[in-house]
Design a protein around this ligand. Sequence first.
Ligand code: DC
Length: 225
Amino acid sequence: MKKNIIITIDGPAGSGKSSTAKLLASMLGFVYLDTGAMYRSVALAALDAGVDLKNEKAVEQIAGSVEIDFINDHGENRVFLNGQDVALRIREPKIDSASSLVSSYKVVREKMVDFQREFGTKGNIVAEGRDMGTVVFPDADLKIFLVADLQTRARRRCLQLKNAGIETSLDEQTSSLSSRDLFDSNRELSPLKKADDAIEINTSNISLNEQVQKIYNIVFRRLNL
Ligand code: DC
């Protein structure tokens, strides 16, 4: 089998990227790369340091000094920020818009992209985010773009947060997702965009298992594994 196979999964918030990428990576024995977790970690570090997120220079300094590690602990993906497990803290709702804002800064993106590309040299990966297929890994072996209607995505997000013990409302999530998508899609640098050669899958009316199986079949058809 070819070494360093890269499968990218991009799409808007709540389209099912994380669950899909995680499951697909484990079925294939690939490593899962959650790039949103990196921007979330930078946002959390900035907030913990009391930095005004609108202060681009200060946020860039934070991005340059943080250490982010991914550790797979018995199938659980743990995210470490400067040695602290922040897997739960980075999922708090206030980090949604904060990570979206810091991800629009040039130096922040450069640092994260370097780390992501380095990660891609270490083995077979499933990388998920917004610009995996367009900017970070333009030569990826397979590119998937997930979409789902806003209502479905908001419902999923509510459920995820409920499972994490956070109460929220459908209205709140609908407005938070739509404003974040608008910002992520219209920013100047590496906006959320389907790569020309990506395969689009609408996940609105299919289950997680169905969407993963669909991609799994495409992987075997396309990549001759
Ligand atoms: O996938 P997520 O919701 O965890 O991502 C959080 C934010 O990070 C998202 O609103 C935009 C940004 N992001 C990005 O700009 N590029 C990526 N590759 C991944 C995430």
